[in-house]
Design a binder for this molecule. Structure first.
Ligand code: NCD
Length: 347
């Protein structure tokens, strides 16, 4: 869809090519140097007085704050709705198509949106194009579909930590059926030669067929595995993900039991870190789940509370191979670079 329009929508991780990624990463590293040198005035000139709208229909901490901070640092003005599902007119029955046409009419230079529907943003972007708006839409995560800007920061982190993006053994652990970050990351890893993927998932949460078909078509090697120990011993990168309890299938009443069966099956603790090579890295898009934390899951007006299980022990945090907090900060840098490109068309 993005290819058909002249507007720089960011909808799917697969729309980026390796040359673009290289330029974006250079620019993100430049942003980092500017920030560290305290050149805030210079940065704030880059998108001065340009305007960003930010609409989040699902919860977010990192993605929202890093996008909004990136925009602030580049001099943009930001209008944000952090609970757009409840605070927008959707609650009165307005369609997203109508809402986005109205917002586009207020003249933003970019609209960042976290959507609760899977794969619906391309149609919204196409509608804006057809209606004559040239405002880019940036997908900040859509249901269990895509999370292209997370994939950018994940790959940037691998490059920054390991110095390369090819010939890597990447082990993805957790809920790969519902986690959009792993899905998007897979598309980007498939663009570099020699990468091999191992998907370690509890039964029923395997990486979905659309991604596997894509990997096969690109001749990228992948395996499904239930043997975490074996996978870790060969890993360059371990990408840990949370079980997406809110997206698990089945009846609401059975959810605590369904969750218990899949969560806690694969957990990264210092014991697992011992299996990793010295140069490996552990990534996690975050949030990780606190042990015994509770999450309320709502479906069709009913709610249930589920007791959660941790997937990445806090005791791992002091290990130099634990890169997830550095990874989270990289979200600011990559989103600064991306906003610059989306709004101006160049770096
Ligand atoms: C992820 C997301 O929202 O998909 N978080 C993020 O953006 N860093 C991961 C998750 O929710 O598990």
């Amino acid at each position: 869809m993005a290819a058909l329009s002249n507007t720089r929508h960011i909808l799917h991780a697969n729309q980026f090519d390796v040359d673009f990624l290289g330029e974006l990463f250079e620019q993100a590293a430049w942003m980092d140097r500017q920030l560290k040198a305290g050149k805030l005035d210079e940065l704030a000139g880059i998108l001065r007085r340009r305007r960003m709208f930010s609409l989040f229909f699902e919860p977010s901490t990192r993605t929202r704050f890093s996008f909004e901070s990136a925009a602030d640092l580049l001099g943009m003005r930001v209008r944000a709705s952090e609970n757009a599902g409840e605070f927008s007119s959707r609650i009165k029955g307005e369609s997203d198509i109508d809402a986005f046409r109205v917002l586009a009419g207020y003249g933003p230079d970019v609209i960042v949106v976290r959507h609760d529907g899977t794969d619906q943003l391309p149609a919204i972007a196409a509608d804006l194009d057809a209606a004559g708006f040239s405002v880019p839409l940036v997908n900040a995560g859509d249901g269990s579909g895509q999370h292209p800007t997370q994939a950018l920061l994940d790959v940037y982190t691998i490059q920054a930590e390991l110095g390369r993006l090819d010939n890597l053994n990447v082990v993805m652990v957790g809920d790969l059926a519902n986690g959009r970050t792993a899905r998007s990351l897979t598309y980007l890893l498939a663009k570099y030669p020699g990468n091999r993927l191992t998907f370690v998932t509890p039964p029923g949460l395997e990486m979905r067929e659309d991604i596997k078909k894509y990997l096969s078509a690109q001749n990228v090697g992948y395996v499904d595995s239930h043997d975490l120990t074996d996978a870790l011993s060969k890993a360059d990168v371990v990408y840990v993900t949370r079980i997406q309890v809110e997206r698990l299938p089945g009846e609401l009443a059975e959810l605590p039991e369904t969750y218990k069966q899949v969560a806690g099956r694969y957990r990264i603790t210092p014991r697992e870190l011992n299996l990793l090579s010295r140069n490996a890295r552990v990534l996690h898009p975050l949030p990780r789940v606190g042990d015994s934390a509770k999450q309320r899951v709502k479906r069709n007006g009913e709610a249930i509370e589920v007791t959660l299980m941790n997937e990445l022990a806090p005791e791992c945090d002091t290990d130099p191979r634990a890169a997830y907090f550095r990874q989270a900060r990289n979200g600011l840098l990559t989103r600064m670079a991306l906003l610059q490109w989306v709004v101006t068309g160049k770096f």
